[in-house]
Design a protein around this ligand. Structure first.
Ligand code: SF4
Length: 379
């Protein structure tokens, strides 16, 4: 894998996996076991300078500092929703803004992570898609998000689940995603269980296979339609990979025991919320170890798409359940801070926060707006 470098040409050490750090240290004449010490300082202690690595000899620290640097996301703002959701606005070294969202509910504390700056997939219902793709995030930038959230809020919360559903199509950046996920899963690093990590995709079929071959994490497929024509209207990727080819690939994907693919279905009034859609969706799920997560559309001024009424959402869900499909409804979280599904990337474009500012905790209250339990994919 090519090395990522900073503005002064030094190598981004947090985009390296442990064996690469071992090889680098050996190349510098240092003992191999030092690499694990360095790695733990980076990912368990979250240090930002080599000088903090007090059990590493000073000459080794000096050598490391000459060749490598420790990347860090600048925290521009942390917004807190009335429902307890926190949205983190970060700035990358080269000035891009990305977001992570921490979503509490009764049993879980889920962090939604970004994998790209913007997104190339142009799903018509999603505001992130309006940005287009600016660039892929590096492994270090994908893995620093939970580390830095842990450091900011550790006293209050412990992240239990991670979903790759923030800005970007994770599998469009699969070559950086896989090394980042190894850091998530490594017990010497971020130490998340594979059962607690879910990667979402619009359905990039070869990359789905590549991820499944590499790591046993959960997969969520963003479906959002029940016919090819309907899906083409809202998800341009359908022109490259048809919905039927995607579902066939899901059927054939080797899934570890007990794992199911989550199918996300953003419900848009008058578009894909009819009972005919429910009937077609139930048929499409046949033969796939699946569960369906219904996501009533989050209305916003930039789209004319409407959210279906609660009664229709429940009727749709009941139809699926009565036809043997495990189906749940995700309740909107963080809408008052533009942290809800499909809203990411909106705030940074319009934000007044400036680079280098200290963390600003913004509390936004809107009387009368109610937000209750979130539903995110179960492992
Ligand atoms: S829904 Fe996901 S894949 Fe589609 S444009 Fe938005 S961020 Fe990209």
């Amino acid at each position: 894998m090519p090395h990522f470098t900073g503005p002064d040409g030094r190598i981004d050490i947090k985009s390296l996996e442990l064996p690469e750090i071992e090889a680098a240290l050996q190349g510098m004449g240092s003992e191999r076991f030092r690499a694990l010490q360095v790695y733990k300082w980076l990912w368990q202690r979250g240090v930002t300078s080599f000088d903090e690595m007090t059990n590493v000899a000073k000459p080794v620290r000096a050598l490391l500092g000459e060749r490598f640097y420790i990347p860090w996301l600048t925290t521009l703002a942390v917004q807190k929703s009335i429902d307890g959701t926190h949205k983190f606005l970060w700035q990358t070294e080269d000035g891009h803004r990305i977001e992570s969202v921490l979503i509490p509910d009764d049993e879980r504390m889920t962090l939604c992570v970004s994998t790209q700056v913007g997104c190339a997939m142009a799903c018509s219902f999603c505001l992130t898609g309006d940005l287009g793709l600016r660039r892929n995030l590096r492994p270090s930038e994908i893995a620093n998000q939970p580390l830095q959230v842990r450091q900011a809020l550790e006293a209050q919360f412990r992240i239990s689940n991670v979903v790759m559903m923030g800005m970007g199509e994770p599998l469009h950046n699969v070559d950086n995603l896989i090394p980042a996920l190894r850091i998530y899963l490594d017990e010497q690093a971020l130490n998340f269980s594979h059962r607690k990590i879910t990667v979402s995709t619009v359905g990039l079929i070869p990359q789905m296979q590549k991820l499944a071959d590499a790591l046993p994490v959960n997969l969520a497929v963003s479906l959002n339609a029940t016919t090819e024509e309907q899906r083409r209207q809202v998800m341009p990727i359908t022109r490259k990979y048809s919905m039927m080819a995607l579902l066939d690939a899901c059927r054939d994907l080797p899934l570890p025991n007990m794992k199911r693919i989550t199918f996300e279905y953003v419900m848009m009034a008058g578009f894909n919320d009819s009972m005919d859609d429910a009937a077609r969706l139930a048929k499409l799920m046949r033969g796939i170890k699946s569960k369906v997560n219904l996501i009533p559309y989050n209305e916003n001024p930039d789209r004319e798409i409407r959210r279906p009424g609660d009664a229709r959402v429940r009727q749709f869900q009941h139809y699926l359940v009565h036809h043997g499909i495990q189906a749940s409804v995700r309740v909107t979280r963080g809408r008052d801070i533009s942290a809800a599904c499909g809203q990411l990337g909106k705030a940074p474009e319009r934000s007044d926060v400036t680079p280098g500012e200290k963390v600003a905790v913004v509390r936004i209250r809107r009387e009368g707006e109610g937000y209750d339990a979130s539903f995110l994919p179960d492992p």
